[in-house]
Design a protein. Structure first.
Length: 281
């Protein structure tokens, strides 16, 4: 009995799993300037834009992402603004970067952070699109840095401001799967909305303890389906996306002290020995 109590005490002494932030980008550590690859402000990770350097629409665009200070006038139907530092994804010189000619899932931003030592991976972010920005966004994740999987986004209270959570299975010009849309409003205030606290849970077990983990926030549509937040065809000459508070989190299980493991194994061995002796007797 004493051995069993001692073993139970050792088990209780093992560190408990704890939720924690793996990487967070709130862009407060960055200078207000051009920045194509902002590092995480908390934890370790790198962000980068996707598909902003291109030659769509008969022009040439070069990636010109930047960190800028938000302004109170950047509000739409939901009345929310963000006056902290944010990250703008775009191309210029002279093209706009964003284009309805781009294939589905090839324009937007990627946030990469190793999940080694973590399970139960979750994602959250704030998203803003200008009035001429693309209105359809999808979330993807990768576990190998090559193949990307579509995952549903929980929009929470943002549905009250006109953000829609949709699933496509019919149109070839929109991702087959889940996406969110800011171009379904029935008013003139489409665009310029800060949608805050958008979340997703990555249930794929391969996403845990993965050195190659990354998420992408990218265009969900192309061609005729590629509408601005005004619900009109993308003009391909203006508009962009902006992000803030992009977080990758998980549940970490701290590694116990070596001596705790030794004592636990010794206790298990002792119990096994006693059990074998009793069986022989």
């Amino acid at each position: 009995m004493k051995k069993m109590l001692s073993l139970a005490a050792l088990v209780l002494a093992l560190p408990a799993a704890q939720a924690g932030t793996i990487a967070l980008w709130n862009f407060q550590s960055d200078a207000i300037a051009g920045n194509n690859t902002p590092a995480a402000d908390v934890g370790t990770g790198i962000a980068s834009s996707i598909g902003m350097t291109n030659s769509y629409n008969g022009t040439t665009a070069v990636t010109t992402d930047d960190v800028l200070a938000g302004v109170s006038s950047d509000t739409g139907a939901n009345g929310l603004s963000n006056t902290s530092q944010i990250w703008r994804v775009r191309g210029q010189n002279p093209g706009n970067g964003w284009s309805s000619q781009a294939a589905i899932g090839t324009q937007g931003a990627q946030f990469a952070a190793s999940t080694v030592g973590y399970s139960g991976i979750t994602v959250s972010f704030d998203w803003y699109a200008t009035t001429q920005g693309e209105g359809n966004l999808q979330l993807q994740y990768t576990t190998d840095g090559v193949n990307y999987n579509n995952v549903a986004i929980n929009i929470g209270a943002n549905s009250a401001a006109g953000l829609a959570s949709l699933t496509n299975s019919t149109s070839d010009n929109t991702v087959t799967g889940a996406y969110i849309s800011d171009n379904k409003k029935s008013n003139a205030l489409g665009g310029q909305d800060w949608f805050q606290g958008l979340t997703a849970t990555i249930v794929d077990p391969a996403a845990a303890n993965d050195a190659n983990f990354a998420i992408r926030l990218v265009n969900a549509s192309t061609g005729a389906d590629d509408l601005s937040t005004q619900g009109t065809a993308l003009n391909n000459t203006s508009g962009n996306w902006r992000f803030d508070n992009v977080s990758i989190s998980g549940i970490a299980t701290p590694v116990p002290e070596p001596e705790t493991y030794v004592q636990l194994l010794a206790g298990l061995a002792a119990l096994g020995f006693v059990a074998r002796r009793r069986k022989s007797a």
